[in-house]
Ligand binder design. Sequence first.
Ligand code: ATP
Ligand code: MG
Length: 402
Amino acid sequence: MTESFSDKQELKAFINAAQYLAGLTSGQDIWEEAGKVLVKFFGADFAAFARHHANGAIEIDHWSFSGRGASARLPENEMTMAAGDVFESGFLTFISIASDDPAEGPAAAALFPILHENRVIAVMLVGHLSSSPLENETLDLYLAVAGLIGATYSRKISLVQLEELVEERTAELTAVNQELERFSYSVSHDLRAPLRHMSGFVELLKKRLGDYPDAATRDYMNMISEASKKMGMLIDDLLNFSRLGHSQMQRTKVNLNALVKAVVQEIQQDLKERDIRWEIGELPDVLADQSLLRLVIVNLVSNAVKFTSTRPKAEIKIGCRDDGDKITCSVTDNGVGFDMKFVHKLFGVFQRLHSQREFEGTGIGLANIQRIISRHGGRVWAEGAVGQGATFYFSLPKIRET
Ligand SMILES: Nc1ncnc2c1ncn2[C@@H]1O[C@H](COP(=O)(O)OP(=O)(O)OP(=O)(O)O)[C@@H](O)[C@H]1O
Ligand SMILES: [Mg+2]
């Protein structure tokens, strides 16, 4: 690069370099790529980067050469010393390299500091095969490129720090979650024994009182007994929910078609008096824990059946679609639906949008589904409108063909 760039060429080369460096992915080596940029966009004959080795010594590597630069024999010692000067002073410096071999010719190089947080973290060595030193305009340009490389380095460092921070926080969150899970497990487990005592003694008391003349007393006894039964069921639900979080998963290829048909047939047997039109699409094979996935289907289908029970003719549609790297399955019904304002509550433990009087249930089914699907790496969501039915969706990663 004996002639200086024209302003326009210079700007174009600089923009190309900036775009190239900005597009680097985290897997690419910044020094390797920056060297290529210097040769490709700025016509340098050779470029390299000096950095401190872990033991403190200066090492020059990541060499890039132009076609003719490859034959240059460069004095490593001299360049290492010059790089040391730049590390120490923070100023650019030059070396001219005389060659004994007339076929090779002389070379001129300049060394520029690369800064990160006001510290010299590397030295950019760039040169060309020529007897004349680099011109001022060219030096300015390289100085700007050194700034660009420094900025790219800083961006990469902050990205790495950010990734580390995310990893750290995720680990913390997982730990807190596990602790909470253990806590809720042991609380619900420990509640069972005193509850069993309570309901046992209430039953004994009921027997003892026999047909006690006071109707209110009998009612109170029955209420206590009903409430303790209900509480027992809630605790069992909570324990099951908690177990779903850490039970062993056994993923196999599951034939979703067969699974759904079996579940529908089973549920249909208890519904002789209901008029339900089923529409089941072609469902793919999925990679999942068969019994957990069965639980998902049972819960979704049972809900669709339950919340259409007020309809003279129920319609339930089950289908799946291919969404690139995942498949999305849905269960749609023409039942009572729900208000989208409360959609965020649906998948919470014991959250119900309909009263016990309208439709029975504890409100654990969808929470279980969410837990199961998220353990499979998928997602759940729902759409509905009051009086106009509902659709529940879940996604699962697709089986990768190998
Ligand atoms: N298909 C549906 N149509 C309308 N609302 C629904 C439907 N499925 C669920 N919901 C709403 O979401 C709530 C939570 O559902 P979930 O399955 O968790 O509990 P549940 O069916 O009430 O009781 P459980 O499943 O524990 O027996 C329901 O109470 C209902 O309000
Ligand atoms: Mg349910």
